[in-house]
Design a protein around this ligand. Structure first.
Ligand SMILES: C[S@@+](CC[C@H](N)C(=O)[O-])C[C@H]1O[C@@H](n2cnc3c(N)ncnc32)[C@H](O)[C@@H]1O
Length: 226
């Protein structure tokens, strides 16, 4: 059990970390504000910092995102990836996809971002070539089903970033302490993290950033030919 003084300390640390963050461009700040006002679930500031850092360290030229929403994180990645980097992003909600296209045009990123509309469960299997950065930010319960295709598509030394792994802390609870309707997602997320941990081709680090993030690096080549 966490005492309130410990929680206060954690909050103060979080506030300090955020105040030390470099922040985003004005355009991204506006996009973020708009998305939040409309209740679009976009990545939190800590995850944004993590992505900016990983892109600076990894310098990926081919990026894949599962879960575009209205394109905030794709625009963020476009802003902080090396010039000439190409992004493929997948979204199944038509209205959000439309809004994302508008945002890509606004950000001058339309030539570098390809939006694929439809269910990632079907689209991932059709993708060719490898990506050196993959951002998984769609329906949490589906990550375990996406994993084989995502791993097939990940380049050697490439990074797979998975967002929201803690699901607001629920992942720490026993399966039975979680509300019935959330149990499937809970057990599938655990299954996903265990699959990453047990995969000898990958090294995975779990971080507290945002709602929890898993950063996985491919350390051995994928066996499948693509
Ligand atoms: C958390 S939001 C993505 C936020 C976005 N990455 C950002 O930070 O700006 C998750 C999105 O994934 C989409 N999604 C969920 N499951 C999907 C699937 N199987 N295929 C394609 N899109 C999916 C949802 O429609 C939703 O818009």
């Amino acid at each position: 059990m966490i005492h309130s003084s410990e929680m206060e300390k954690e909050e103060r640390i979080l506030t300090f970390i955020e105040s030390m963050s470099a922040g985003n461009t004005v355009l991204l700040n506006e996009m973020e504000k708009k998305a939040l006002a409309e209740g679009i679930p976009i990545i939190r500031p800590q995850t944004q910092s993590l992505i900016r850092f990983l892109l600076a360290a990894e310098r990926p030229m081919r990026i894949l995102e599962v879960g575009t929403a209205t394109g905030f994180s794709a625009c963020l990645m476009h802003t902080y990836a090396p010039e000439g980097a190409k992004i493929v992003t997948i979204e199944r909600d038509q209205e959000r996809a439309k809004r994302a296209r508008e945002n890509f045009a606004l950000a001058g990123a339309a030539d570098d971002i390809t939006l694929l509309e439809g269910d990632a469960a079907e689209i991932l299997g059709t993708l060719k070539g490898r990506f050196d950065f993959i951002f998984m930010d769609a329906a949490k319960g589906q990550y375990i089903h996406f994993l084989p295709e995502v791993l097939r598509l990940l380049e050697l030394q490439g990074i797979l970033l998975t967002d929201n792994i803690f699901k607001g802390g629920e992942i720490l609870s026993s399966r039975f302490a979680v509300k019935r309707r959330d149990r499937t997602i809970h057990s599938r997320m655990r299954e996903y993290l265990e699959a990453l941990r047990n995969n000898e081709e990958m090294q995975t680090l779990l971080l507290q950033e945002g709602d929890g993030a898993a950063v996985s690096v491919r350390v051995k080549p994928a066996e499948d030919k693509i």
